[in-house]
Design a binder for this molecule. Structure first.
Ligand code: KG4
Ligand code: ZN
Length: 334
């Protein structure tokens, strides 16, 4: 059963055809990173205009690369939140237009849930020193770390999510982006910090916000501490990047593993752009007592294959949307 996925929540215009909630037939992502890089971050008005220009060619490319016709498609899954309102509207409206024209059901998908479903794609599946896990097993603990979110979510079955923790201030990816700006490393900050850190040593002592007794995270303190250190001078960008990266990784890994033990889950599932970070994945694989699944980097960052996979499971459960589906920019999970 093939589903067309559409994703326009932030700065990637994406469409994908996925079979049976896991097999990627095509996966097209038109990134706007170069356009936003000159402003040092995503400019919402620019993003929505760019989605308008790209969305039709991106969907056409996803259909032609998959070598399918509309008769082969069972439904259209589209991200309706969370994200930038103007960007989400482009995806939701094109999904409605195509669904109406081709008489297909439309499935509104939560972008955070969709990130989790990257773990079902193409046995993207990870690797653990403890076990050769190739399938998701419930209950599992999902860490979604992206530019907009840092959520710790208990998943007990398809569509069954309970939020256990969240960031109280900056999302992990947002912290990487802000740290990179402080260090003059450019946008997006995650890959820039990772690259700079590879030639540095984590010699700075920066604060770790443990928030004991809670599964929540906080990353604004370490960012501010980094700013103060940089103002004083005398530290290389490489050493500062390495120190910052280690703090974020330490906190994410330790708190997630602690929660996984308490909740007695069978697996940990990583997702979101920050899960593309090699140090993060290495620390998880070395330290987790339960198997850790990690999608490959191109499925950690925003894409529509994860939206199609998530949409498939909603479709299987009979959960389709009506044509009054609207965007919900502040949508949460659980
Ligand atoms: O999931 P995503 O593509 O979009 C959102 O839903 O936000 O995540 C983008 C975020 C950005 O903040 C980016 O700096 C971060 O993920 N990121 C990384 C890496 N690659 C992307 N952070 C750390 N290390 C990376 N390699
Ligand atoms: Zn995302």
């Amino acid at each position: 059963m093939k589903i067309l996925g559409i994703e326009t929540s932030c700065d990637e215009t994406a469409a994908a055809v996925v079979e049976d909630g896991g097999r990627i037939i095509s996966n097209v992502v038109a990134s706007q990173i170069d356009i936003h890089a000159r402003y040092g971050g995503v400019v919402p008005e620019v993003a929505s205009r760019q989605h308008l220009l790209s969305i039709v060619p991106v969907i056409s490319e996803a259909m032609s690369k998959a070598e399918v016709t509309w008769q082969d498609i069972y439904g259209i899954a589209v991200t309706f939140g969370p994200g930038l309102a103007g960007s989400l509207l482009v995806g939701v409206n094109i999904a409605k237009a195509v669904a109406l024209a081709k008489k297909l059901p439309i499935i509104g998908v939560n972008h955070i849930e969709a990130h989790i479903y990257a773990n079902w794609l193409d046995l993207s599946l990870a690797t653990s020193p403890l076990d050769d896990e190739t399938e998701v097993r419930f209950p599992c603990l999902c860490l979604i770390v992206s530019g907009g979110h840092s959520d710790l979510v208990l998943m007990t079955g398809h569509g069954r999510f309970e939020k256990m923790g969240r960031t109280r201030d900056d999302a992990a990816g947002e912290a990487f982006d802000k740290a990179a700006r402080i260090l003059g490393l450019g946008y997006p900050g995650g890959p820039a910090i990772e690259q700079a850190a590879s030639s540095g040593t984590p010699c700075l002592s920066l604060p770790r916000a443990w928030l004991r007794g809670s599964n929540d995270f906080s990353f604004s303190g370490v960012k501010t501490a980094l700013w103060h250190v940089v103002q004083k001078g005398g530290i290389s960008a490489a050493d500062a990047a390495a120190s910052f990266q280690l703090v974020v990784v330490d906190v994410l890994v330790a708190k997630t593993i602690e929660a996984a033990k308490q909740l007695q889950v069978k697996q940990v599932l990583l997702s979101g752009g920050v899960a593309a970070n090699k140090m993060l994945t290495e620390h998880f694989l070395n330290k987790s007592p339960v198997p850790v699944l990690i999608p490959p980097p191109h499925l950690c960052t925003d894409n529509a294959a994860m939206v199609a996979a998530c949409g498939y499971y909603h479709f299987q459960a009979g959960q389709t949307s009506s044509f009054d589906l609207d965007v919900v920019p502040s949508l949460s999970i659980g």
